[in-house]
Design a protein around this ligand. Structure first.
Ligand code: ZN
Length: 357
């Protein structure tokens, strides 16, 4: 078979053109969306039925789990955490932060470590509620895990910054102590401290909660575990030591011993996310305080609160698990480096966007 000189000329021109096209295709950057996704912080609010379990996955690929939910129930809570970790594309958890030693926070640790590798545990130190049998039991089970020597262990103090890459986590409360001075940019008088009730000192592990301020670019997120009113006012009155927030992870599952107006109205969050159960947390008074908070755009809830009823709960579209059989739906917050973020409800499969401010 012979090739005509015209065809040879055509082929000789075509080859470099094809090569050039190939180079161009290979050199094309990732799509804008894929590139942006790699820079996002993802936060998963896992439904552990009125306990806490919140998973952060940073753009640096590191993960922080705040609390592990309850024990027992055939590993229900650990299974839900692992399912969400899989969705997030992680196969181990770098840091597990235990806010305090109540069983709805530390209880899930043994079942969790049996299912997914964990590198480091962070907590406030000793159990201070040794008189409560359930708390002591959960604490001892956790101590046995630490005693295996397989894990690093950090016991930070207020003011410490945790060694997590891709976001800044500053401890603001631990073991009943709080930061002495306002955080950078904070420290203004808090008008929500006027007519402050005299809150009694909480005698449980709740007031020992390891609370943290998480910043990601301009975005500020507050998680205080189950910190009670008496400790909140130490952070917020007469001056607001914490500043304002984009996102408030509602303390104590929305129970009425936490989330004073001094805290909520002082930090003035744009979005509040409550890890309540159907019958645990979600107190009517707290639902009202949050929904009245100046500048609040939306309250999201993991469950419809039976106590709150339709009048006080947030609208159904913002609830992951409405009244009825429980499906363990989660909420996912995606934070972009420029300060904008979105919240995804795994039940409705809908996402709401929030622009940067
Ligand atoms: Zn709790």
């Amino acid at each position: 078979m012979t090739i005509s000189s015209a065809e040879r000329r055509f082929r000789s021109r075509l080859r470099p053109a094809l090569a050039a096209l190939l180079v161009l295709v290979c050199a094309l950057p990732l799509s804008a969306a894929a590139q942006d996704a790699a820079k996002d912080l993802r936060i998963y609010f896992i439904d552990v039925e009125g306990g806490q379990s919140t998973l952060f996955v940073t753009p640096a690929g590191q993960s922080l789990l705040i609390d592990t939910g309850w024990p027992d129930n055939n590993g229900r809570d650990a299974n839900r955490i692992v399912a969400v970790a899989k969705k997030a594309g992680i196969t181990k958890i770098d840091y597990v932060l235990i806010t305090h030693f109540h069983v709805d926070h530390v209880g899930g640790v043994p079942q969790l470590v049996a299912r997914i590798p964990v590198s480091t545990f962070i907590d406030h130190g000793e159990n201070r509620e040794t008189t409560d049998a359930d708390t002591e039991k959960g604490w001892k089970a956790y101590q046995e895990i630490l005693a295996t020597g397989k894990y690093k262990h950090i016991v930070p103090k207020p003011g410490d910054v945790l060694p997590i890459e891709g976001m800044q986590v500053t401890v603001v409360s631990a073991d009943g102590n709080v930061i002495a001075d306002p955080l950078p940019g904070a420290g203004e008088q808090n008008s929500a401290c006027n007519d402050l009730p005299k809150y009694p000192e909480d005698q449980t592990e709740n007031r020992r909660s390891l609370g943290s301020v998480i910043t990601f670019g301009k975005l500020r997120i507050l998680d205080l575990g189950d910190l009670t009113h008496d400790e909140e006012v130490q952070l917020m009155c007469p001056v607001n030591k914490l500043g304002h927030f984009d996102i408030y992870i509602v303390s104590h599952h929305g129970w009425e011993q936490s989330s004073s107006p001094a805290l909520v109205w002082g930090i003035a969050p744009r979005v509040a996310i409550m890890d309540n159960g159907a019958k645990k947390g979600g107190s009517t008074s707290v639902l009202d305080i949050i929904r009245k908070s100046p500048g609040l755009e939306d309250l999201w809830q993991l469950h419809f609160s039976e106590e709150g009823g339709t009048v006080h709960n947030t609208p159904t579209e913002f609830i992951a698990n409405p009244d009825g059989p429980d499906a363990g739906n989660y909420l996912e917050l995606i934070a972009h480096p420029g300060g904008s973020f979105s919240v995804f409800n795994s039940r409705t499969q809908k996402t709401k966007e929030y622009s940067a401010q």
